[in-house]
Design a binder for this molecule. Structure first.
Ligand SMILES: Cc1cc2nc3c(=O)[nH]c(=O)nc-3n(C[C@H](O)[C@H](O)[C@H](O)COP(=O)(O)OP(=O)(O)OC[C@H]3O[C@@H](n4cnc5c(N)ncnc54)[C@H](O)[C@@H]3O)c2cc1C
Length: 590
């Protein structure tokens, strides 16, 4: 199959504005997407929630029973083609299921690990025979899966793995030797996607079954959180893997390992955003019951500000998550039946940058929200009986796995400059224009959310001007200058989050009118009022760190003058209004 042109190549948002109607938003969900979400919600509320304690106490038989039940309902099958027993659904549906399941912590990790990184390598890179053999069973839950990349001496530096694979003399089996560490779902998995180096240097992927001779498990890790998901070492000692279980080609396993992780990062963003919604729901339910000084905790202005800030952050996370889902669907939606692995790998890699943002933004949103939600519970939040205590512990892993947030930030910056270098995005022209446009008139001058849309223009101009400064001063040393790379990534993340939040509200207002979409307008305004000072602080620090003398002074002045035009709105009345709407329904709405 030949490649078609994607209407928005990955990273495009960095160099030019996007039309609001081009982005996918939750307001666009179809009836079918809403139905799978309703099925997932019902399953979690009726079947999983009642077993919270058993799951937390690592009753893995219960976890397996629930996963099989999920399989019967089709909740493990969204990303498996119909031809192989799946539902072949779009990435928006995948996001919805991920979001709803994500609120359950340990169970959610087990579920998402199975449907995403443990299954997708076969969905996208398996041969017809491998798909026929494994996918129907993975779709129904008869088989459960694990993904084995990390080793004791290789975590972030995953491709330096030491596990080896050697073809036996008869040419019938690969003999695998090595240990994989921290493997989610290990204790109950039937299939393990294992990465090993053929002849010690050709990084390759294999489907290893639990009963293959030579495979064993180490002891269960004693974890801080997500206890309901098993985590164990997977040990291979002369493990015999039939040659037909090589996944993809010898020496090209990195294309599977890293590209599947892109979808894993998108998925993790969904799960974290769903978790954040639930944590806020727990907090508002609690604060609408508990009184101090004769007043409901929910009615204190300080509580309202916390709720408004949680909702604002969740709204931005949700907006960027479904925008990314739409992009991924454009890239991959037509490829379920393709055997063109090069094209699949290319499409999976297209939105590397956006997927990394989903992971970083989602995980940091969840951490912020669970922290404030626990705070609103006061001392009770510290007591195990209250669900928020577990959510606080469960949340912490998300900044670590699927690539730490530091690694993902470095990846974001690296991707931007790589795309620029490879001519995949017209970055050179955009930098020139962005820098020249600083303090020029805005290209947007009418319509709803004008102040917020102008702020997006300013953030993009500043980001592009600083990209030019980085190229000029840091150049090829950027890989070593991680402080600068990380600050630049923060600007990228702010731009994507801010634009996704504002375009969503803008699109909704154009379709439904400002009155009906008042809450979205407030949330978008609130996001921008938080983001602009942060962008200014990051930009000033970045400039001061790399430039000197008049060059530094000129750039600092450009940044300040560009943002001086932005007039912040008073946040008190707006935050109270946002919180009051949420307190009325006692859950996240927008
Ligand atoms: C509960 C749990 C479940 C997991 N599940 C799985 C699974 O199912 N399958 C799987 O394969 N793996 C799994 N992992 C492993 C996980 O993906 C790794 O822990 C993660 O990638 C980080 O690797 P590491 O722990 O070796 O940390 P390290 O790579 O040693 O990193 C330590 C610190 O150094 C920083 N650092 C590392 N390299 C750089 C760099 N180049 N520049 C700047 N900073 C750097 C990191 O950001 C981090 O802060 C799991 C881990 C846990 C804890």
């Amino acid at each position: 199959m030949s490649d078609i042109r994607l209407h928005r190549p990955g990273g495009s948002f960095l160099i030019s504005a996007t039309e609001a109607d081009m982005i996918c938003t939750p307001e666009d969900f179809t009836e079918e997407q809403r139905m799978i979400a309703a099925t997932a919600r019902q399953f979690i509320e009726r079947e999983v929630d009642p077993y919270r304690e058993e799951i937390e106490n690592q009753d893995f038989d219960q976890v397996v029973a629930l996963l099989r039940q999920a399989g019967e309902l089709g909740l493990l099958a969204h990303s498996i083609p119909e031809a192989y027993g799946g539902l072949g659904l779009d990435k928006i549906s995948k996001g919805l299921v991920g979001e709803i399941v994500g609120r359950t912590g340990g169970y959610g990790v087990a579920h998402s690990n199975h449907t995403c990184i443990a299954t997708l390598p076969i969905t996208y890179f398996g041969t017809k025979a491998q798909k026929e053999k494994y996918l129907p069973k993975l779709a129904s839950g008869e088989y459960l899966g694990a993904y084995c990349l990390t080793e004791p001496s290789s975590g972030s530096d995953a491709l330096s793995a030491k596990t080896t694979a050697r073809l036996n003399e008869e040419g019938t089996h690969y003999i695998l030797n090595g240990t994989k560490l921290y493997i989610t779902n290990a204790v109950f998995s039937d299939t393990f996607i294992v990465y090993a180096k053929v002849d010690g240097d050709k990084f390759s992927a294999f489907i290893v079954e639990r009963h293959f001779p030579g495979l064993s498990l180490g002891p269960e890790e004693n974890k801080m959180g997500i206890k309901g998901s098993s985590t164990r070492p997977v040990i291979m000692e002369d493990c015999m893997v039939p040659v037909e279980n090589l996944l993809g080609e010898v020496g090209r396993g990195h294309l599977i390992a890293l590209n599947v992780l892109n979808l894993g990062r998108f998925n993790l963003g969904s799960a974290c955003m769903g978790g954040a919604k639930y944590a806020m729901q727990l907090a508002v339910a609690y604060t609408n019951e508990r009184r101090q000084f004769g007043t409901l905790i929910a009615d204190f202005a300080a509580s309202k500000e916390k709720v408004a800030r949680m909702a604002t952050r969740i709204y931005a996370a949700e907006s960027l998550q479904y925008r990314s889902a739409g992009l991924l669907e454009d890239a991959l939606g037509s490829l379920y039946d393709s055997q063109d692995f090069t094209l699949i790998a290319k499409r999976m890699a297209e939105y590397v940058l956006e997927c990394a943002i989903c992971k970083v933004y989602g995980s940091e949103t969840l951490d912020q929200v669970v922290d404030e939600a626990l705070q609103l519970h006061g001392g009770y939040g510290f007591i195990k009986e209250y669900k928020i205590e577990q959510m606080y512990r469960d949340s912490r892993i998300n900044r670590i796995f699927e690539g730490t947030n530091e690694i993902n930030r470095l990846l974001i910056t690296n991707q931007f400059f790589k795309k620029a270098g490879a001519g995949q995005l017209p970055v050179k022209e955009a930098i020139k224009k962005g820098t020249a446009d600083l303090q020029e008139v805005y290209p947007v001058d009418k319509g709803p959310l004008l102040r917020e849309r102008k702020a997006i223009v300013s953030i993009r101009r500043i980001l592009l001007a600083l990209a030019g400064l980085i190229q000029q001063i840091v150049g090829p040393r950027l890989e070593a200058e991680q402080e600068t790379a990380i600050r630049f990534a923060d600007l990228v993340i702010h731009l994507y989050a801010a634009e996704s939040a504002v375009l969503r509200a803008y699109k909704a207002v154009l379709h439904n009118g400002a009155d009906q979409e008042a809450l979205k307008v407030m949330l978008a305004a609130s996001y921008i009022d938080d983001a602009v000072p942060e962008v200014e602080a990051i930009a000033r620090k970045l400039v001061a760190d790399i430039a000197e003398g008049t060059l530094r002074d000129d750039y600092l002045s450009l940044v300040c003058k560009e943002l001086q035009r932005y007039v912040p709105q008073g946040s008190i009345a707006r935050n109270r209004a946002i919180a009051e709407r949420i307190n009325q329904v006692q859950q996240y709405i927008c």
